[in-house]
Design a protein around this ligand. Structure first.
Ligand code: BDP
Length: 335
């Protein structure tokens, strides 16, 4: 693998497009054809990473080797917010992120993160595959990003170093790490906890040192970050089911042909079922590993949590476009 770091990437900015320019900036020989640089905060083996690698294989096959993806997993090129900025400036081509870091930039991305919006995985998938999903992906473009597709992220649930969260009262007095998004800050506050924004890569240490008492995430992230070692109380509140999104730099996009754009969109689309299969298997494997590790687990009644989040909805659903997205998504609930 070519050794790239964030500084080399930024040095590569402003040069020609694609991996070749960055490889040159990093002091390496130019690559044949165009390799798109992809980043992810998750490590190799995580479903989002493997899905994008699969997309890369498809691209390579269908372009006769002209296009491909070089993947930098594990947050090696920076935490999500920083990497997103680099993507908007064209130093990274593809970036798989959670919707939360996009919240301050693109208001429409707040909608899927509204607490208890989706009733099930099936509901979330139907909405993201349908018109609301399309509208949210399209809303990224004026902000320098092309939305290619959504991937699953399961349900986010609370875990702590101190106790199980069985009722909202149990969050009282606990510092809960949240992503850098006001939506998450306000949601944790509405539920009774003390929200503390922090980068994902710092949470393990934060939990260990007591900077925070807990966090919230899905089973695969809780397991792969090994947060369960330091915060061994997991309560399946599933309060947010916002999906992940695969974005592409609009700067890269402008420099590629219409035919290649269509190919990229098609390959991203075809990576979705692969991701979902990997995801479902990963959720089961992570849950089993966590149960085996002796973590205490609760499945609280969601109703008392749900009863507290209306002010969060009122505060963040502010435009007619967002209201329509909410209504359309609710109308798609198969339950
Ligand atoms: C995980 C997302 C990842 C986020 C992380 C977080 O896959 O993109 O960075 O949560 O909590 O579920 O920051």
């Amino acid at each position: 693998m070519i050794a790239l770091d964030r500084r080399s990437l930024l040095r590569g900015l402003g040069g020609a497009i694609g991996g070749a320019s960055v490889a040159l900036a990093a002091g390496c020989a130019p690559m044949e054809g165009q390799l798109l640089r992809a980043v992810d905060t998750h490590p190799d083996g995580y479903p989002t990473v493997e899905a994008v690698k699969y997309m890369g294989q498809l691209l390579r096959e269908r372009s006769g080797g002209r296009l491909g993806i070089e993947h930098y997993a594990g947050g090696v090129l920076g935490q999500e917010r920083d990497a997103l900025e680099i993507t908007i400036f064209g130093g990274i081509d593809l970036n798989r992120v959670s919707l939360a870091p996009l919240n301050p930039i693109v208001p429409e991305t707040l909608v899927p993160g509204l607490p208890f919006l989706f009733s099930s995985t099936q509901h979330m998938r139907a909405a993201m595959d349908g018109e609301p999903g399309r509208a949210i992906l399209d809303a990224l473009e004026p902000h320098g990003l092309i939305g290619l597709c959504f991937y699953d992220s399961g349900g986010r649930s609370f875990y702590t170093t101190k106790r199980l969260i069985e009722r909202p009262e149990d969050l009282r007095g606990l510092k809960i790490r949240v992503q850098s998004s006001d939506l998450f800050v306000e949601m944790v506050r509405a539920l009774g906890g003390n929200p503390t924004p922090m980068d994902f890569g710092e949470v393990y240490q934060g939990l260990m040192q007591g900077t925070v008492d807990g966090a919230e995430n899905n089973w695969p992230s809780y397991e792969s970050t090994r947060h369960f070692e330091v915060a061994p109380f997991y309560s399946e509140t599933r309060h947010v089911m916002a999906p992940e999104v695969l974005t592409m730099s609009a700067i890269t996009w402008k420099r590629i042909s219409a035919a290649d754009r269509a190919l990229i969109r098609q390959c991203a689309q075809e990576s979705i079922p692969v991701m979902r299969e990997l995801w479902d298997a990963k959720v089961e494997q992570s849950r089993a590993a966590i149960v085996a590790s002796g973590v205490r687990i609760a499945a609280p009644d969601p109703a008392p949590f749900q009863a507290l989040v209306q002010p969060v909805w009122d505060r963040f659903v502010t435009t007619p476009t967002m209201r329509k997205l909410v209504d359309d998504i609710r109308a798609m609930d198969p339950a």
